[in-house]
Design a protein around this ligand. Structure first.
Ligand code: COA
Ligand code: MG
Length: 290
């Protein structure tokens, strides 16, 4: 199993780059990553001002350990060239997120200009069908599901169980895992509905997503909790590792713990889970020290 790296991406918060107060506020919010949005959340008349504001802010403001991801406007729009120029080699940017990626050639266009790692929005039918080739792009680091756009493009309907989206979500998770990329689930629109958000986070977590994109600070706590290994899971992982080591010392290749078998693959998964829990704990300590 390939892993998606130690950096946690449980909570990935969108902020419209035109909202100065929200940009400022985010420096103290418990988000693992921030997507500074120049695309859908910024109205056309605000685009140039938002770009300038963001470029200035990211040069000065301290976002601590939070990953700083800039979502540029779509390829083929009148704004994307200016966006790419402003953030191509910006020292305050950890990654550039490209919307509506349909195939690896779209990433080639951005990779020719941008120095930072690339992220791709998977939110078109073509993009989902080409997910494997997109994930395999050598400059790609992470993938983000754009579920609102995908529902629109499919002519599907929003349902609590997200059954109409399962083929698209599933193929993108497969693609990300095949290439060892980070993959983050789409947003939950009803930002005051904590129970609904929790259910959708749990569904995404169970499918293999690293975390969830969010639109409002009220959603951070639920995503951070759901996508972190629980104490019980960490405890089980430690006991699995110990039980397997003990079985090996007796010359056996399989251990039995709580009535279930433990093989080397379970031990590898347990080590990944503990690594993730440790990265999250280190993040909390760093945040508390600021
Ligand atoms: N990131 C950081 N801070 C945010 C925020 C966000 N995404 N959304 C709201 N806040 C802040 C507000 O600035 C406000 O702070 P203040 O009280 O210190 O002024 C506080 O959180 C409470 O905000 P609230 O009044 O509840 O929400 P709102 O009406 O200001 O905004 C939305 C609601 C949905 C318009 C706003 O959350 C938003 O724009 N979200 C992002 C949308 C987006 O990026 N979409 C594109 C991808 S799908
Ligand atoms: Mg979109």
């Amino acid at each position: 199993m390939e892993t998606s790296g130690a950096r946690p991406y449980r909570s990935v918060l969108y902020i419209p780059a035109s909202r100065e107060r929200a940009l400022e506020k985010a420096r103290a919010l418990p988000a693992d990553a921030i997507i500074f949005d120049l695309e859908d959340a910024v109205p056309p008349e605000e685009k140039p001002r938002a770009r300038d504001l963001l470029a200035r802010l990211l040069a000065e403001a301290d976002y601590g350990a939070r990953a700083r991801i800039v979502r540029v406007n779509g390829l083929g729009t009148v704004w994307v060239e200016g966006d790419l120029r402003a953030f191509a080699a910006h020292p305050g940017v950890d990654a550039v997120l490209v919307p509506k990626v349909n195939g690896p050639a779209d990433l080639d266009l951005v990779a020719a200009v941008v120095k930072a790692p690339l992220w791709a929005m998977l939110e078109t039918a073509k993009g989902c069908l080409n997910a494997g080739a997109i994930a395999a792009h050598d400059r790609l680091e992470g993938m983000v599901m754009g579920t609102n756009d995908l529902v629109k493009e499919l002519g599907a309907r929003f349902r609590n169980d997200r059954l109409p989206l399962m083929a698209g979500l599933g193929v993108c998770v497969l693609a990300a895992r095949a290439e060892g990329r980070v993959i983050v689930d789409g947003v939950f629109n009803a930002f005051r509905d904590a129970a609904g958000l929790r259910a959708e986070c749990e569904q995404g977590r169970d499918m293999g997503f690293d975390g969830k994109t969010l639109i409002h600070p009220a959603q951070l706590a639920v995503a951070n909790e759901v996508f972190a290994p629980s104490e019980e899971e960490v405890d089980l992982a430690r006991r699995q590792i110990a039980a397997y080591a003990e079985a090996r010392s007796r010359g056996e290749g399989v251990a039995v713990l709580d009535g279930k078998i433990v093989e080397n693959l379970h031990v590898a998964a347990a080590a990944v889970l503990i690594g993730k829990a440790e990265a999250i704990a280190a993040r909390s300590i760093a945040a508390a020290a600021v």
